[in-house]
Each structure stands twice: as structure tokens, then as C-alpha cells.
Design a protein around this ligand. Structure first.
Ligand code: ATP
Ligand code: MG
Length: 322
């Protein structure tokens, strides 16, 4: 048994609507690695998770999880994984404690062992005080923490988490981040996490793949991706179109063609060091008597990253998506 995930040319086309949800996706997650799949709504994240956790079959390619083929040996795969799906069927009448004990009995724990494990897990996910309440009355954050506890019952070697923090408030999000880091660092659990938040992937993952439209568009460590993207964005708007075009030309000469993007009457410049280069941008435009309406410094969001990557691929004459 190894804690690896290996995916080669994986594809999934849903007959219904003829949707190509996953297109020729390949990647490897090493044992003990924390890997994030970052992408917007409809990118193919949940579909990939469902294939890797043996819930649905791929229509092309191959995947092994913990050394076992997901199609050939699904029951072996299931033995080593924990899964927290985006949509979970939870019985609202059970209490949190009962849910965990039920899960433990499914995994073959004795009644006493199930009780012990439930106590440990309630402690870990900080649900001890609400353990006797019905799950139907839990808040979203409590449900997510309970989901996490359920996935940990059998101490999985590999953990799949589909958007575990979407919709949570910052303090609940931090509690889940902390627990995931601990699992990865102390237990060497391999973690495959999907998210729409760049910040989450950046803060947790050793490596990130960005998925859009069923395709992986970039892979790297957070540092590598940010170096590719630029650490900061300078966004400028102008009073006249003439100035806008003049500025685009000047800034492209200085920062490179792929670092400057004009969209929706806003010019975005991807820079390494925002505070320094903001001044440089202002100076360059001033020298040419270009009138600036607004100028902003910000950190890139997922949208900015997609814009940048798509722009680079277009420049190389590739097409992205359909
Ligand atoms: N059972 C299904 N039948 C038909 N199409 C599906 C099915 N499940 C997903 N799709 C489609 O496949 C594409 C990818 O969906 P998927 O749920 O994998 O995206 P996602 O990245 O998880 O998005 P989100 O962030 O919204 O959860 C979408 O276009 C979706 O509509
Ligand atoms: Mg999803």
C-alpha cells in the first residue's frame, strides 16, 4: 500500500447533455503530499473526486489510488481513503455523536471502540459541546466539521475533501485548515482538496493544479504559480481611450506583453513587487502626460489568474476550453 494518487489521461463525458466534465487530465500526488485542485464552478473538481473515490466511472484514462485501480479494485481503494463530498446525505434526526458511532460501526469498530473513537474525533473537530444535539439543527460550519470527523473515523491514508470550507465563516475555516495541516504533518495523510479559493490553496497545499473547463491549465507550488502570475496587480482606468492605448503600449514595453491585459476599460499590470512598481507605473504614465482616472493595487484573485493564463495561452496560439 502506498499513499499515492496517480492519474493518467483521465476523461469523463456525461451522456446527459453530452458534457465533457473532465478532459485528458493527468497528475500525480505523492504519499504525504497536500495537493489542491483549484477551479471555478463547473470546472470538473467534484467529477474528478467522484472518479478517484470510486463513486462514478471515468469514460477514458486510468487512475490508481493507494496503488489500486479505481475501476478494477474499488473495494481496495475504499479501504484506504476518507471522503468528504460537497453534497452529503446526513440523517437530520441523529446527534453528532450517534453519526460518528454509526460510521465507526460500518467500519467494523466494536461498540466500545466506536465510543472511544467518537470522543477523540469530537474533540479534534471541536464539536464536544454540540455532540448531543440533532445534526438537523447544526449550522453549516458544524456540519462541515462533522463531515470531517466522519471521514477520519477509519484513519485514512488518503483524504479527499471537496470544497470543505466553501460558505464557512473565517473562524470555522481556520479551524478546518488547522486540523487539515495537523493531519498532513503529524499523520502524513495524503490530502487531495478542491477549492475555489486561491488563498486556501496557497495557504495549505504543497502543490496546486488549476482546473478550468475540465482541463488542467497550470500546475506548480504556490510559489511557482505566483511567480508565473506576479505577486501583485496594478489596475488602472483612464479618462480617454487614447490615453488607455498609449498606456498599454508603454507598460507592455516596460513589463512585457503578457504582463499587461486590457479588459472592460481597465488596464491590469501583473507585477512582482506592488508597492515599488506602483510608483514606477505612475511615473511612467506621468512622463507621457497620460491622465489616470483611478489606480489600484491588489492581490490576484482566481479570476485574475485565469485571465493571465488564458492570455498567455492565446499569445502562444493555443486555445483554452471551448
Ligand atoms: N451527473 C451529471 N450529469 C451531467 N452533467 C454533469 C453531472 N455532474 C456534473 N456535470 C457537469 O460536469 C461539469 C463539471 O461539474 P463538476 O461538478 O465536476 O464541477 P465542480 O468543479 O465541482 O464545480 P463546483 O465548484 O460548482 O462544485 C459541469 O458542467 C456540470 O454541469
Ligand atoms: Mg463541485
Amino acid at each position: 500500500m502506498n499513499g499515492k494518487i496517480e492519474v493518467e489521461h483521465l476523461s469523463k463525458t456525461f451522456k446527459k447533455g453530452n458534457v465533457q466534465a473532465v478532459k485528458d487530465v493527468s497528475f500525480t500526488v505523492e504519499e504525504g503530499e497536500f495537493f489542491a485542485f483549484l477551479g471555478p464552478n463547473g470546472a470538473g473538481k467534484s467529477t474528478t473526486v467522484q472518479i478517484l473515490t470510486t463513486l462514478i466511472n471515468a469514460t477514458g484514462g486510468k487512475a490508481t489510488v493507494a496503488g489500486h485501480d479505481v475501476i478494477g479494485e474499488p473495494e481496495k481503494v475504499r479501504r484506504y481513503i476518507g471522503v468528504a463530498l460537497q453534497e452529503t446525505g446526513v440523517d437530520p434526526d441523529l446527534t453528532g455523536r450517534e453519526m460518528i458511532e454509526l460510521h465507526a460501526s460500518i467500519f467494523g469498530f466494536s461498540k466500545q471502540d466506536a465510543k472511544t473513537r467518537a470522543n477523540e474525533l469530537l474533540e479534534i473537530v471541536q464539536l464536544k459541546e454540540s455532540a448531543e444535539r440533532r445534526v438537523g439543527n447544526y449550522s453549516g460550519g458544524m456540519r462541515r466539521r462533522l463531515d470531517l470527523a466522519l471521514t477520519l473515523v477509519n484513519e485514512p491514508k488518503i483524504l479527499f475533501l471537496d470544497e470543505p470550507t466553501t460558505g464557512l465563516d473565517p473562524s470555522n475555516r481556520m479551524a478546518i485548515w488547522k486540523e487539515l495541516r495537523r493531519l498532513n504533518e503529524e499523520n502524513h495523510t495524503t490530502i487531495f482538496l478542491t477549492t475555489q479559493y486561491l488563498e486556501e490553496a496557497d495557504s495549505l497545499a504543497h502543490r496546486i493544479s488549476i482546473i478550468d473547463n475540465g482541463e488542467i491549465v497550470a500546475t506548480g507550488t504556490p510559489k511557482e504559480l505566483k511567480a508565473q502570475i506576479g505577486n501583485d496587480l496594478v489596475t488602472i482606468s483612464f479618462y480617454s481611450e487614447e490615453d488607455e492605448q498609449k498606456a498599454e503600449q508603454i507598460l507592455m514595453e516596460r513589463f512585457g506583453q503578457s504582463e499587461v491585459i486590457l479588459q472592460n476599460k481597465k488596464l491590469t499590470v501583473y507585477v512582482e513587487d506592488g508597492t515599488k512598481q506602483l510608483l514606477e507605473v505612475v511615473r511612467l504614465l506621468d512622463q507621457q502626460d497620460i491622465q489616470v482616472e483611478t489606480i489600484n493595487l491588489s492581490s490576484p484573485t482566481l479570476d485574475d489568474i485565469f485571465l493571465k493564463i488564458t492570455n498567455e495561452q492565446e499569445e502562444r496560439g493555443e486555445t483554452v476550453g471551448e
